[in-house]
Each structure stands twice: as structure tokens, then as C-alpha cells.
Design a protein around this ligand. Structure first.
Ligand code: SF4
Length: 322
């Protein structure tokens, strides 16, 4: 976890909304991201957790303008980039994908894959310079320059993810969305990739949005953690505060599923089981969206939406009972 965090936001969203039209419906939309405001400071890692389908990936991609926002605003270093042409910003903002094998073109060599963004952004003036830069990037991610002539299928899953990371680093980005970067990998190599991302952050002064469905992964790498439920941010706090003093019933549930190494403590802890499945984001529940599954729900919870408010310094949550 990086301790050298700047005071000013690098990336900021204000009431960001991303809806997708439902094909064949009459005006229905998947409300994937529904009014999210957050800021990520330079050098910070903001973890983003929540169940599959809660909108985390859509939020990350909308922050990169890979999707255009439906409404709301997006800022980079204080500049409004909600509607600007993105070419100048593409270099500064990159993404590492979940499934490395699907994100690497099998017909291209590793050197061509990593060299492609260098060509697109015209970052090398000669073939020799490009070859040297590809070698340097391979070294940064723990591979070697002889491997530039091989194809993705010749590498293990962990090595393929290293290639995806080298491709993201090629353009010297400042902000990287890490979208479940280790969940497709063997447990034995997950920590190697996390450690490498942490080292890279320190060496290259990177800022991360680290997306994961697994709060136990996110809490080790993140300075702060945001918890999403059905398109909304329901809690946001420093990693330490969220782990020791979770306020929202949904966050408490996510934490109660994390294994504890001490068997006595593990037995003493009760798991708050959620009822039912994640509701559809096409027609989310009224009031608090979590009320259909919340063990503490009161009648008012289905009628009015709780505000996302700061309860202690830097600790925000949206629940009527706090
Ligand atoms: Fe549960 Fe009500 Fe709080 Fe929502 S507002 S999390 S339903 S107690």
C-alpha cells in the first residue's frame, strides 16, 4: 500500500451515471452506475468491491471514457473531461483486464502487443528505440527480452497477465484501472502480481482503481475502499477504518465471509447470511436498494433512499440506521 499520497485528486467523478438500453424493450435501461461521486488522489489506490453485476467494471470503464457517461461529470487533474476528445488522455489512463488470455491477440507476438501502443501514440522514433523500450517493459514486469518474439499461448496465465501489464505501462500512464487483475489466476501467483503492482506504483508513481469482488484482496493493497451495491456506492472509508469499523450492513456481510486464520475467533464470529440474489439493475428496489436482502431492514427502508453521508471524518455510508 502506497503511503505517499498527494492532496489533490487525480481523477474525480461527480454524480456519474451510466445506463445501457435494454435491446427490444420499450425504454428500459440497465442502471449499471447510478450517481457515483468519488475522488482518487494522486498516488492512491482506491479499492472498489461488490458482487458481480454491481457495476464496478462499468464504473471503471466509464472513468476511462471507454464508455461515455449517461450523465454526471468526470475530471482529470481538475479538468472536465466528460465530453472532450480522449486521445490526449488515453496515454495517461490505462486498464489491466481480468482475463489476460482473452485480452491478448493470439496472432501477435509479445513484442508486437507491447509495441502497438508505442506506435499508436508515436512514442518511438526508430525501430531500435521501440525494441529497447519493449525490452525495458518486459524487464519491469519480470520477463526477459528474448521472450518478445513468442506468442501469448506460449506463456502461463501469470506471465500473460505480466504481458498485459507491460502493454498498459508502455505509454507511461498515470492512472490505471486494475479490473479484477488476479481473479483469473492461480492462487499461488496472485500475490506475486499484487506485489508487482505495488512495486510498480512506488517506482512509477501510479494511481490505481483496484476492482475486485473479494474484499480480502482489496483491503491489503488499498488506501481507501469503496463498496458498491447495485450501481450505488454504499460505503467509503480508509482500508483500516472499513475493516475495523464497517458501518453498512452490506459491508459487514462482505467482511463476515472473509476467512480468519484463528479457528477460535472464526468459530466465535457469526456470518450474516444475505437473503435472495442481487436484484435486477433494470428495475432496482425502491428506497434503499439493499432493503430486499438486508437483515436489519425497517419499513422506512423501502420508502426512502438513505443519503450517502460522512459519519466520521472520511467515513461515508448510506443507511438509515447509522
Ligand atoms: Fe438495511 Fe435499511 Fe440500512 Fe438499507 S437503509 S442498509 S435496508 S437498514
Amino acid at each position: 500500500m502506497n503511503e505517499n499520497i498527494g492532496a489533490t485528486p487525480l481523477v474525480e467523478t461527480q454524480k456519474l451515471v451510466k445506463y445501457f438500453p435494454v435491446k427490444g424493450s420499450q425504454g428500459q435501461h440497465v442502471r449499471a452506475v447510478d450517481g457515483i461521486s468519488l475522488a482518487i488522489a494522486e498516488g492512491e489506490t482506491l479499492g472498489l468491491v461488490g458482487e458481480s453485476g454491481c457495476g464496478k467494471t462499468t464504473l471503471g470503464r466509464t472513468m476511462l471514457r471507454l464508455y461515455d457517461p449517461t450523465s454526471g461529470s468526470l475530471f482529470y487533474r481538475g479538468e472536465d473531461i466528460t465530453k472532450v476528445k480522449m486521445l490526449a488522455y488515453r496515454r495517461k489512463m490505462q486498464i489491466i483486464f481480468q482475463d489476460p488470455s482473452a485480452s491478448l491477440d493470439p496472432r501477435m507476438t509479445v513484442g508486437e502487443i507491447i509495441g502497438e501502443p508505442l506506435d499508436i501514440h508515436k512514442l518511438c522514433s526508430s525501430k531500435a528505440e521501440k525494441r529497447d523500450r519493449v525490452s525495458e517493459l518486459l524487464t519491469i514486469v519480470g520477463l526477459n527480452s528474448e521472450q518478445a518474439n513468442r506468442y501469448p499461448h506460449e506463456f502461463s496465465g501469470g506471465q500473460q497477465q505480466r504481458i498485459g501489464i507491460a502493454r498498459a505501462l508502455a505509454v507511461n500512464p498515470e492512472f490505471i484501472v486494475c479490473d479484477e487483475p488476479i481473479s483469473a489466476l492461480d492462487v499461488s501467483i496472485q500475490s506475486q502480481i499484487v506485489n508487482m503492482l505495488e512495486d510498480m506504483q512506488e517506482d512509477l508513481k501510479l494511481t490505481y482503481l483496484f476492482i475486485s469482488h473479494d474484499i480480502s484482496v482489496v483491503r491489503h493493497i488499498s488506501n481507501r475502499i469503496g463498496v458498491m451495491y447495485l450501481g450505488k456506492l454504499v460505503e467509503l472509508a480508509t482500508s483500516n477504518e472499513l475493516n475495523t469499523n464497517p458501518m453498512h450492513p452490506y459491508t459487514r456481510n462482505l467482511l463476515s465471509a472473509v476467512p480468519i486464520p484463528d479457528p477460535d475467533k472464526s468459530r466465535a464470529r457469526s456470518r450474516e447470511l444475505l437473503q435472495g440474489d442481487l436484484p435486477s439493475p433494470i428495475n432496482p428496489p425502491s428506497g434503499c436498494r439493499f432493503h430486499t436482502r438486508c437483515p436489519l431492514a425497517k419499513p422506512e427502508c423501502s420508502q426512502s433512499e438513505p443519503e450517502f453521508t460522512e459519519h466520521t471524518p472520511g467515513h461515508f455510508a448510506a443507511c438509515h440506521l447509522i
